[in-house]
Design a protein around this ligand. Sequence first.
Ligand SMILES: [Zn+2]
Length: 689
Amino acid sequence: MMNQDISYVCTTCGHLLKKHNDCLTCEKCEKQWPIIDGIPQFTEEHHYWGEISQDLMQQINKQIQKENWKDVLKRTLGEHNQEETYDFVTDLKRANWHLFLPLPSNAHVLDIGCGLGTISHSLSRHYEKIVSIETVPERLFFSKIRFQQENIQNVELVRANLLDLPFPENSFDLVVMNGVLEWVGLSEQSKNPRDLQLLALRNIHRVLKNTGTLYIGIENRIGYSYFLGRVDHSYLKYSSLLPRRLANLYTRRKKNEDYRTYTYSYSGYQKLLKQAGFQDTNFYCPFPGYNKQNLIFELKKNAVNYYIKQFIVSKYFKKRVIYFLTKALSNLGLFKYVVGDYIIFTQKSDPIPDNKIINYIKNNWTKLNLNKKHLKNISLLGHNYASGISFLLLHKNQSLFHIKLSSKTDNENTLKQEYENLKIIKNQISVQLKNSIISFLLFDEFDGFQILIQNTLPGIRLDELFNACKHPHKEKEQKIWFHKLDLVKTFLIKFHRSVQNGYFNFTPDELELKITKPFKQFFDNSNGKTLTNEMENIFRQARNLNDLSIPKIPQHGDFCACNILMDKEHVQVIDWENYTLTYLPLFDLFHILTTSLMPFLRVKEISTQTIFKRSYFEQSELTNFIRYFIGNYCEQLNIAKEFIKLCFPLYLITFHNMFSSNPAKQEIVENYRQYLDIYFEHSDKMIFS
Ligand SMILES: [Zn+2]
């Protein structure tokens, strides 16, 4: 495991260490540090801490020597109701903030307090060398097995404390401190916590290259959530908000401990980092927090205003109040002081350079038809999605472009596929429809990344709009809902008409591929289930499909509410990478209905299965709407009504199978499996019967 290109220095005298047998030795002061199981041991400090209890962690570590680490984690944490921890440990998107930095692919990274290795794992796919330090042996062991099983060879694990970093000056392009700085005060009880934090930061400053960046993911001491009762690192409420002396009295009284887990405000971090020698500091806001960064936006006025406009939408009083409050704070330039968490990038000496995307835009602005004045005062709002991150390039309160960035290691060719699909679609559709399909400006590959730049659509995501309806079962909101879905249907009719290309002529092979095979695959995967009469029935009907003349209509493939934007009466559709003729017509229609009815009946005690059942198998105003919705579409596209009933279980099975091999989508798979159970049990009551 020991890699030669990492050098270590003596933590006492700074002399370069030599490796002898299983030891690192300082020839100057004759100090020695053992290497155990390939991991250099610079500390013996053994204070266990972690998201997972020590007992459980040891149990997991025993098991992962025989089994896949993810399987063990999933099972064990599931048994202990810690599913959230499983997501936390496996979610590689937690390091997507690195795309906001201009790091070269040969960068060397130091991950401090690497824990169970998630961030190191993620960064290892993009950069040459990752050194991950941690003090807890159980966590190091887990990471070691994880990296072995994932065949990751460019991560070096080191047991070391951040107050004694055993690395030479100018070693790293990036140092990572995710949820670490606030705990530093606990490492030595005799010293002032802030002094300890300063010491740690100065250590980091020393090992950073001159062009290097320190990333910190951390809470805001005076973030709004603390006022609302979020528990502080002391495990008490409100302690971060108190002056340190009072906080100390408070924690002593409540827990008989000093208050040592210091966090800071926006200005506090700036001051601290300046004092530690850092030069240029930028703040971003991760939402909902730095440990789950669904959205990342710069704390600049234009990005904040855009975020508020786009993501705090509602007609409801409470949300309206939040909307106006945040807008007022933003206009006063105060929003940055009250957000819950920060992502901080700070530079050792040089000012922070433009990141990959901004650089790319600046180099290609003529190709993009940009006005040069637009290049000033631009900022980014990042949004994590399945295969990468998409950015909105903002200028003033306007979004200039929608930029998708995907590294090849993350997802082979998804963006290229989308680009090819869009080229085909653009040639087929009328001018009138062009505004409804996202239009691309450019596709390119650079530095191991694929970039697809698209025009921004001025709408709001349909799922955000639906989520904003607090009481969707009320009549007034249902009307809004139905109206929006109706607009979507109108779009689909127009779009599908223009891309329709004749009629299917199913050969026996095609029938096998489109119908028999998906069914068999499903039944092979669900143990104990056998072919039912219902299925025999479907097969029999499928053999007569050619009599029904089914129009050949390519499907979007992921036509769900989150891929549809709406600007008053206009529908705009994004994410075209799955566009295909493989699917039968009606799949898009079923998909938008099934996915957007989810929140429709969302009342706490109702499960998604019940909602599904009520949508397709019971008689109500809702099912009347669905029946009309699908009936009308079929009429307009000349699809025989008999086909609806046949196509529906095929839609369920196809989407079930599509996700079944993807470990990240198991929840969706489980949903579809349960829908199918409901379908097979109640198919005689199906509303299209
Ligand atoms: Zn020495």
